[in-house]
Write a protein that binds this ligand. Structure first.
Ligand SMILES: [Fe+2]
Ligand SMILES: [Fe+2]
Length: 155
């Protein structure tokens, strides 16, 4: 099946975010491990797998539509070098994904590609209700408990 060129371009645009998120969570998970923050390590390793699933779904859909998945393009990485900054950078990245998904959903709607829209709506739900929520909770806990107590809870 040959899909709409703008839909394929939008799916590839979102793939660039997922590939960047995989890289960002991959290195951050290892930084947390290196610092002895086992719980944060585990959670980010889990997030990385989640982003791999998102990338897989986008790749499958692009291939189904007769497009070529762009594995080279990456949204910019912002890793950070302390826990709070890393979580803030991750939240900023996830919020950019939310914006990107909403735009891509509008493109699918316009093109009448309701299957691609449904896929992107699932990614939006995961992003808003899982990734963004968790990051906001962690930053909220740092604010309430103080950074030292938060870090102690994540060993
Ligand atoms: Fe994702
Ligand atoms: Fe995410």
């Amino acid at each position: 099946m040959q899909g709409d060129a703008q839909v394929i371009a939008s799916l590839n645009g979102m793939l660039a975010y997922e590939l960047a998120a995989i890289d960002q969570y991959f290195v951050q998970a290892h930084m947390f491990d290196n610092w002895g923050l086992g719980k944060l390590h585990e959670h980010l390793a889990h997030e990385m797998e989640h982003e791999q699933q998102h990338a897989k779904q986008l790749i499958d859909r692009i291939l189904f539509l007769g497009g070529a998945p762009d594995m080279v393009a990456r949204a910019p990485l912002s890793i950070g070098n302390d826990v709070e900054q890393m979580l803030r950078n991750d939240l900023q990245m996830e919020m950019q994904v939310v914006d990107g998904l909403k735009q891509a959903i509008a493109v699918c709607e316009q093109a009448g590609d309701y299957q691609s829209r449904e896929l992107l709506e699932c990614l939006l739900k995961d992003t808003e209700e899982d990734h963004v929520l968790w990051l906001e909770q962690q930053l909220g806990l740092i604010g309430k408990l103080g950074l030292q107590n938060y870090l102690q809870s994540q060993t």
